[in-house]
Design a binder for this molecule. Sequence first.
Ligand code: PLP
Ligand code: COI
Length: 340
Amino acid sequence: MTVELDWENLGFEYKKLPFRYISYYKDGQWDDGKLTEDPTLHLSESSPALHYGQQAFEGLKAYRTKDGSIQLFRPDKNAERLQKTADRLLMPQVPTDKFIEAAKAVVKANADYVPPYGTGGTLYLRPLLIGVGDIIGVKPAEEYIFTIFAMPVGNYFKGGLAPTNFIVSEEFDRAAPHGTGAAKVGGNYAASLLPGKKAKTSGFSDVIYLDPATHTKIEEVGSANFFGITKDNQFVTPLSPSILPSITKYSLLQLAEERLGLTAVEGDVKIDELDRFIEAGACGTAAVISPIGGIQYRDQLHVFYSETEVGPVTRRLYDELTGIQFGDIEAPEGWIVKVD
Ligand code: PLP
Ligand code: COI
């Protein structure tokens, strides 16, 4: 390890690392791609990504294990989700092998920035697919850039494993009922900036979004999926066509059932039935598992387990998931991809 950083207190901030990967799509095909030290993208002022939001991104992490090696968690699932998003926005797919090889190359090239085991830090990878070129009509680009850059990160929500509170937005939705909520496109996040700012200004970590059609069911927790634990040991998470299909959420659904003996349920989470849950949390690559202390809905703060302490089931889920990601606990088949 040649780099010295405050590994225990990284937060979630951009940092310019020495290397990133870039590949160009032209005349119907991807080039081989390469690592570059240039952190600036050069693109036409008329690029459809800039004007019409023809772009997509992903988020995944590299983890340092106890023996000093580095591994990725389910990168094939990020590749598949990027392919689905690309289909939705008429962009060319990035093949899974190309995606994983690029991710590995970026991690290897920046290995000095993968936080040491035991600090809680990880290397966050940000794959980005954008439509570029000289087009001004509302139509798909003919040229694309696929890039992956990286940075060391710590907690996304300030509390880490300490619970924080969230507030329901009835004023704004992040996605339309049949829109692009299930695709990882920048427009969804642009739509979330104003409600997110309002929530943070009022002292909450982020917004709980309701289903856009009826405003009766929980959809997302800012940039993470929701889960709740019931008194009778169910792990419940919303099922909706307008939420991002979280890789962490699907991993937890499986671990909850196979490793913790819970009943895993994807279904409706009605906002007026929060009493069902004795614990609740937000899950995602950046969020990992962030316990939800309470949810402010209209004039009431509904507290789940505690506003200050993580509940026992959430803690077990966290230990199981992060134990697998950092290589301390055996992973289900195919979940771990070694980098070196
Ligand atoms: N929901 C939204 C809106 C997100 O941005 C993310 C982050 O990727 C998630 C959920 C969690 O998804 P994942 O677990 O695949 O990171
Ligand atoms: C992730 O968890 O990877 C995300 O994309 C969340 C985020 C927008 C910071």
